[in-house]
Design a protein around this ligand. Sequence first.
Ligand code: SF4
Length: 413
Amino acid sequence: MDVKRKLEILADAAKYDASCASSGTEKRDSRDGKGIGSTDAGMGICHSYAPDGRCISLLKILLTNACNFDCLYCVNRASSNVTRARFTIDEVVQLTLDFYRRNYIEGLFLSSGIIRSADYTMEQVVRVARKLREEHQFRGYIHLKTIPEADDALITEAGKYADRLSINIEVPEEQSLAKLAPEKNVRAIRRTMGRLRLKLDEAREGRKPTPRGKVGPRFAPAGQSTQMIIGADNASDSTIIRTSANLYGSYNLKRVYYSAFSPIPDASRSLPLRAPPLIREHRLYQADWLMRFYGFDADEIVDDSHGMLSLEMDPKLAWALRNRDRFPLDVNRASREDLLRVPGFGARAVQRIIETRRISSIRVGDLARLHIPRNKALPFIVLPDHRPAVNLLDGTKLAERFKPKAMQLGFGF
Ligand code: SF4
């Protein structure tokens, strides 16, 4: 099989992995004339998009789509009837270098099906990264998938070469994993996440600032991340968000990625026939954002009577409508924490509000300059020239105002 055909198969097999962001790593380049590549944003990066709209700026491939495991939700599972392929280490290295030189990619995302054993597979993945870094002085971004059961020495070596390591938690609930991926061990997954956290903390503490930048032990400077498949089981959004909060807190993860389940050919009857709406994945990312940057607790984001995020409006607006007693808020006096909870107020807008109000009062006319959508924010705020009508905030019509307009469905012809 030629490399082009392998690339078709192994890039397609990797498309279900959502982790393609390359943010948060150390600065590195080859302006000293040595090596190849850089991690500077925008330097020779060519973004491309998968058919479902996800951004792919890395060469995202599997080393092989052969796998000993039989995870029901996975197109690469042992019992799947797909064409199998396997790259050699040199082929992945050469592809990465060629694509980088042509500005197609900013780095490599490498995962693999599990062949022979966890250690053997992890060793193959590490050998690619080692060769890129040590033989070719590759300084672009590398994200490696970690095999949870792999030997500690291999994981340490992976962290030496990779910018980011990730281990997929797969599904939010332990009992679902046991049903859908019986060979996977949630305890091993969590144990390895814990090991990664310890190594990340040790490396961070061991690195000392010098005039030439930080020096010291290196271990995955862009941290660790994970991915959860959404809609393959019955887990509610509330469960998903609480699981994410627990993962962020316990393992100091940089990101949890949410990937809407895609029905696969010859799927097990335990799986749903249809994919969940993509908007659900989007709402989960918004909820995740609220936890990480807006000071929300997992418990307050989802209305527990339903356990699901609204598909019709974003989670912050839905929260504000459930907590109307906390509004209207005086924009010129409210704390930063309270301002972050106003619908339509982004973190940057809040920062600008705080800077601006030190000098002069903020009025309705200033909202556009602050990039705040008036219609969304005005019912919840007080300004010197604006106060929402008394019955607006308490009335049933307020929620209706934000719902998307009803549309007649097409007839399909
Ligand atoms: S171990 Fe990974 S590649 Fe193998 S079947 Fe499970 S999810 Fe798919």
